[in-house]
Design a protein around this ligand. Structure first.
Ligand SMILES: [Zn+2]
Length: 363
């Protein structure tokens, strides 16, 4: 199980939830102004903080002495609700059979008041998975909720929810979290955990998370174990199973600089090592794309370790835009052919040779 770092990121207040300020600020204001609704809908991709936010909110509305809309973490209610088995915060996973059962029981259960705080909070995860009969049961409860009950419905697929539900909830849309924000979070967590990591390694992990804190942290965890808490860029490359940028640089630069023998030496080595050549073709397309980006708008939109990046910046200055464009087009064209080709190695070789200038001589 690779959950150690994700457990470390367990925000206990709104200010520690990253990337969703448009939501956390609104919720904090509702708490400060005592305008708490009875049904909320949190939608957005997995790993964007829906359940985390729901739990902080559930504790904040019950806290005896909230600080800036967040739970104080010190009062008896906060302490009681922090326990995993706190009975006033009920988490239901609608994706499991058990979840449907629980919704059925809900109508009878909601009338009982909370045991420790002011509100009993029901967090229903993946609410779009409920069966029609369960939806109807939920709807009846949402129509006349007892004053001590707050529902937080969470879903990754809001379009699957019936309009009758949507019209009864306060909706919040969770965004994918940008790479920079995730990178900062990972750097902090690594710091606190005594894990060393190159900045380029952190950036690559953050990018691989694709907007999800949870995914990024689970990758971070794998990398930390793999590299024994001293993470280099190449370790992340290895863990993610992507091609290492040094080899792609060797191949791509040899093609652009017409060094045919160098190209064949590196390419034969890669093919011999059993690398997936379809991935290699994709990587080359991306490499030429990145050189074009470097040449035309700078380094903000490309991600390599510093050493390779410096070499690429240099290379991009010495090759014409037309040549880069031709190479990018040629390799992107063969990507679909690669899957059906009986000899993908030959396909890459002929494509590379096809890019040679007419007057290349043996060097
Ligand atoms: Zn409190």
């Amino acid at each position: 199980m690779y959950l150690a770092l994700y457990r470390k990121y367990r925000p206990n207040m709104f200010d520690k939830i990253v990337g969703q300020e448009h939501i956390t600020r609104t919720l904090q204001n509702q708490i400060k102004n005592d305008q708490i609704g009875h049904a909320y809908l949190f939608c957005g991709s997995r790993g964007t903080g829906k359940t985390t936010t729901a739990k902080v909110f559930a504790r904040a509305i019950n806290c005896l002495n909230p600080k800036n809309g967040s739970p104080c973490d010190e009062c008896e209610v906060c302490k009681a609700l922090k326990e995993n088995n706190a009975i006033d915060i009920v988490e239901i996973d609608a994706a499991s059979n058990n979840g449907v059962e629980e919704i059925r029981d809900l109508r009878d259960k909601v009338k009982y008041p909370p045991t420790v705080g002011k509100y009993k909070v029901y967090i229903i995860d993946e609410v779009h998975m409920l069966t029609t009969s369960a939806f109807n049961a939920l709807l009846k409860t949402l129509e006349e909720p007892p004053s001590h009950v707050v529902f937080i419905l969470a879903t990754t697929e809001v379009h699957k929810l019936p309009a009758t539900i949507l019209s009864r909830v306060l909706r919040f849309d969770f965004k994918l979290i940008n790479t920079e924000t995730i990178a900062k979070l990972i750097a902090n967590i690594f710091n606190e955990s005594g894990i060393k990591a190159e900045q380029s390694a952190i950036n690559l992990i953050a990018k691989a998370g694709q907007g999800s804190v949870r995914d990024a942290l689970s990758i971070a965890d794998m990398c930390a174990s793999f590299a024994n808490n001293d993470i280099k860029y190449k370790d992340v490359v290895e863990v993610l199973g992507i091609s290492d940028s040094e080899s792609i640089y060797s191949l791509g630069s040899a093609i652009l600089e017409q060094r045919v023998a160098d190209f064949f030496t590196e390419f034969t080595r890669l093919a011999g090592a059993g690398k997936n050549l379809t991935v290699t073709a994709n990587d080359l397309t991306k490499f030429f794309r990145d050189l074009l980006v470097l040449k035309t708008c700078g380094e903000n939109f490309v991600e390599y370790n510093q050493e390779v990046l410096d070499k690429m910046k240099n290379l991009s200055q010495n090759v014409s835009q037309e040549k880069l464009n031709n190479a990018m087009q040629a390799f992107s064209k063969i990507e679909s052919e690669m899957k059906y080709s009986l000899n993908p190695q030959l396909l890459i070789e002929t494509t590379a040779l096809g890019l040679l200038d007419a007057d290349v001589k043996k060097n």
